[in-house]
Design a protein around this ligand. Structure first.
Ligand code: FAD
Length: 488
């Protein structure tokens, strides 16, 4: 099968104005609050302090919005597969309802910010559909609908999707949205900058040291002293003592975007595997599929083939991948993990609502105010005993990736290009582009030394263990690695 693809970046990256650039940090700073990571979480949190008389900086290792936030399907919805059934089963109805309330509140907050600040980010009202194409899953649909109805949510059952897709069962809810995530991120940051509210791009924090009553954070050239630090960096790689890596795992998915003839305004997700989530953006159909634990997601070409197999689309204008952190109990991790050190992550692929919601929670916590969601999302919470079984599974999946990356993957997928060899006693990989130019990298992730796997679809080097990604010249574009892998 030949898949015609025009671009391997997301449609959001391709359709945003990239003129607003920020300098990298060139001096030492003394701050009240340091926010590390310029995705939807970090940028929304920066916005929260906009009118406050405190000194705040937002630092981003690449460009603002260059991480997971630039690669999502950008739905803004509280209908998140059958999350309320899952939460009811684990925590009971009250907590499931509290999560529902948090997502509704997040939607209202996003809507209010966009209106108040007059942000042009292609916000569209878009009903959200949950459906199944499999008769064995009808009960699951009915159960999710029953729980939502018990929260007084209006549910409308349907027999087909608005684009005439036949289904076995499904329903929709209204008052949900879609938007352009990068337009949103860039604008809220622009509106929040002042002499005491600074933004630095291309500024990577490589070390954080706890001092008596502040944190000392290091970039390669400067230090930042901050009374409070917010880790909005998606993957909390240096938090092993808090068992973060055991409480979650990374899931990888591919997304496609194709021009279509008919224009619709709705979004939908099915309840079974393989997942198929869709939304529309202008004349494009955006699809997410083939989500899988990162440990088992090394064959990018196969993932994309699986994705396109069940469609009648031949031309894809965009294909790209994205990762998100999945928590074992389906709830995000937001709040203090140490005195004056906060994190926000683990959004289970729903980080647009949860990233903005987190910014409100974080603001309350920073000012010592109670927030009704702080206990629900507490990152130090113990995990439900039934789920403890997954801890060893998580260790296993990382260990599996590590071993498999060493012995199998590259050999299995690529005999010639990229070509793997040794130079100066180190493993290197040579990739020849279509002009015949060689791009050489060290074939090892600087983070925890996993062998990297070449992602033939997007032409990147991907770490199968913890999700670091590098371009063909070895520059780190995503994930926990602090270093590049370019061969000098
Ligand atoms: C396939 C897929 C589809 C999705 N679709 C949706 C959707 O429709 N709706 C929805 O709500 N959510 C969706 N999500 C989830 C959403 O994309 C993420 O949860 C969200 O973008 C995470 O935002 P973030 O700010 O936490 O992380 P990021 O956007 O990754 O931001 C973290 C930033 O921190 C920076 N950083 C990291 N380390 C450092 C450092 N040491 N120093 C400085 N900067 C650093 C990174 O460069 C990055 O820019 C989807 C996820 C996937 C995988």
């Amino acid at each position: 099968m030949v898949i015609n693809v025009m671009k391997n970046i997301s449609i959001w990256q391709d359709t945003v104005n990239n003129n607003d650039k920020y300098d990298s940090l060139k001096e030492n700073l003394d701050l009240d609050v340091l926010i590390i990571g310029g995705g939807i979480t970090g940028c929304s949190t920066f916005y929260q302090f906009k009118d406050d008389n405190i000194k705040v900086a937002l630092v981003e290792k690449n460009r603002l919005g260059s991480g997971a936030s630039s690669r999502s399907s950008a739905k803004l919805t509280f209908l998140q597969e059958n999350i309320y059934t899952k939460l009811t089963n684990i925590f009971g109805k009250d907590k499931a309802h509290l999560y529902y309330k948090s997502q509704k509140e997040a939607l209202e907050n996003i809507y209010n910010i966009i209106n108040k600040e007059n942000i042009d980010c292609d916000l569209k009202v878009s009903n959200s559909y949950l459906y199944t194409i499999n008769s064995t899953n009808i009960k699951k649909i009915e159960e999710e609908a029953r729980i939502l109805s018990s929260f007084n949510e209006k549910i409308t059952f349907i027999s087909q999707l608005p684009n005439k897709t036949k289904i076995e069962s499904g329903f929709y809810v209204d008052n949900t949205y879609t938007f352009h995530p990068l337009k949103f991120i860039k604008e809220i940051v622009k509106k929040s900058i002042s002499s005491n509210h600074m933004v630095y791009e291309n500024t990577k924090i490589i070390k954080i040291e706890k001092q008596k009553d502040y944190f000392k954070c290091f970039t390669s050239n400067n230090t930042i002293k901050a009374k409070k630090v917010i880790l909005a960096l998606h993957y909390p790689y240096f938090l092993f003592p808090y068992l973060m890596p055991l409480k979650c795992y990374l899931e990888k998915s591919f997304l496609t975007c194709s021009l279509i003839k008919d224009k619709y305004e709705f979004n939908a997700i099915n309840i079974e595997k393989p997942l198929k989530s869709i939304r529309y953006y202008n004349n494009y159909l955006l699809m997410v599929s083939s989500s899988t634990n990162l440990a088992f997601a090394s064959n990018s070409e196969k993932m994309v083939k699986d994705l396109v197999n069940n469609t009648n689309i031949d031309n894809y204008d965009y294909i790209w991948s994205n990762y998100d952190l999945i928590t074992l109990d389906h709830l995000p991790l937001v709040g203090f993990i140490d005195n004056n050190l906060l994190i926000s992550t683990g959004y289970n692929t729903w980080g647009n609502t949860n990233g903005v919601l987190a910014s409100f929670i974080i603001k309350d916590l920073i000012y010592n105010k109670n927030n009704i969601y702080q206990e629900l999302f507490d990152p130090k919470r113990g995990f439900n005993r039934q789920k403890i079984i997954n801890y060893p599974l998580n260790i296993f999946s990382s260990a599996y990736s590590f071993v498999d990356s060493k012995i199998n993957k590259n050999k299995a997928f690529y005999q010639n290009n990229p070509y793997f060899t040794k130079r100066d006693g180190k493993n290197i990989a040579i990739y020849k582009d279509n002009k015949g130019i060689e791009h050489i990298v060290y074939n090892k992730c600087p983070h925890l030394k996993c062998s990297l796997v070449f992602n033939k679809v997007e032409k990147t080097w991907d770490c199968p263990c913890h999700g670091s990604r590098f371009d063909i010249d070895g520059n780190c574009i995503m994930g926990p690695s602090k270093y590049n892998i370019g061969y000098k």
